[in-house]
Design a binder for this molecule. Structure first.
Ligand SMILES: [Zn+2]
Length: 322
């Protein structure tokens, strides 16, 4: 009798892990440093140890685990269980994640892209519940998306559909790690917004934030820009508006292409909430096709830090029933 499902959200900073019961309530949850700099073998070994420790602490036998799902950043082949490339993880090229897990676990393991498992979480338990056409974007250090179209999750030929962070917004824009330039993610991620802010400081603009960080401009965060915005700091308001506008143009393209009922904004920077999203909605309303934008809501994600873990668990559980 299977009584539990495990969900793992592998992030650049932390491995978030949880055991869920079959109602998807958390039985045991923990977060551990990823240690990505130590290479893939170290990280995969850590995950394996974490799962063993959680099972031991709860007195749960492996035979009671129905399955385990893992959300992994970067490009991967979910069918093969292979991580092809992960930009923030040194050495993650053609790493066979499933084989590494099979050595230790008797239950089935499934992997998918981290943003896509986030989307599974919000679709099944969060802001996307009940929708058949939705797009989830995560605004963090980068920008990714997961897409449901007519009730079906879109993967594409190489499972790399939804990389809207690399949508070209400017012909001669900021260089991107993908090899191109002017990519949307270079402007609207947390890193991108901070860069816009520091560029303006370098041009001689002033902001209350310089009093907070002194000469160390590398200490500026997206969170600080939100705080300065609340204090009506002119530069913070301007940067938030510009960032919202670029994201709005990007989402207008997405909405014209996919005609979703809802765009869910998740990831760390979604904490900016309506400070950012009001401009996004205004821009979409002005520039997307009226028929498409009139039926599309743009909302914040609701599951927060749990979305990846619960989404990974739900994804694996769904795979068991197909
Ligand atoms: Zn790019």
């Amino acid at each position: 009798m299977s009584n539990y499902v495990i969900g793992i959200d592998l992030g650049g900073t932390n491995i978030k892990s949880a055991i869920f019961n079959m109602n998807f309530h958390i039985v045991h949850e923990r977060s551990d440093p990823t240690g990505a700099a130590n290479g893939p073998a170290h990280v995969l070994n850590r995950i394996q140890e974490i799962v063993q420790e959680m099972l031991l602490l709860e007195g749960i036998d492996q035979s009671s685990i129905k399955c385990m799902g893992m959300g992994i950043p970067g490009l991967l082949d979910p069918e093969e269980g292979l991580s092809i490339f992960s930009p923030n993880f040194p050495g993650w090229e053609n790493i066979h994640v499933l084989n590494a897990m099979k050595e230790h676990f008797e239950f089935p393991v499934f992997i998918d892209n981290d943003v896509r498992v986030n989307m599974y979480g919000e679709w099944q338990f969060g802001a996307g519940m009940g929708y058949q056409n939705l797009v989830l974007i995560t605004l963090g250090t980068g920008l990714g998306s997961g897409i449901v179209n007519d009730g079906k999750v879109i993967y594409g030929t190489t499972s790399s559909a939804g990389e809207i962070g690399h949508m070209n917004m400017f012909r001669e824009g900021r260089p991107c790690r993908c090899g191109s330039s002017g990519c949307l993610g270079r402007y609207v991620s947390a890193v991108g917004m901070v860069r816009t802010f520091t560029e303006k400081l370098e041009q001689g603009r002033s902001s209350i934030i310089t009093q907070w960080v002194g000469d160390d401009r590398t200490a500026i965060t997206a969170q600080m820009i939100s705080e300065a915005y609340d204090l009506e700091d002119a530069l913070a308001v301007e940067v938030m508006r510009e960032t919202g506008e670029i994201l709005g143009f990007g989402l207008a393209n997405v909405i014209n292409l996919l005609n979703p009922e809802v765009v869910i904004v998740g990831g760390g920077m979604s904490a900016a909430g309506d400070r950012l999203l009001e401009t996004v909605r205004d821009t979409v309303n002005k520039h997307a096709l009226a028929l498409s934008s009139s039926v599309c809501k743009i909302v914040q994600a609701t599951l927060g830090r749990q979305a990846g873990m619960i989404g990974a668990a739900a994804y694996a559980n769904n795979k068991m029933s197909v």
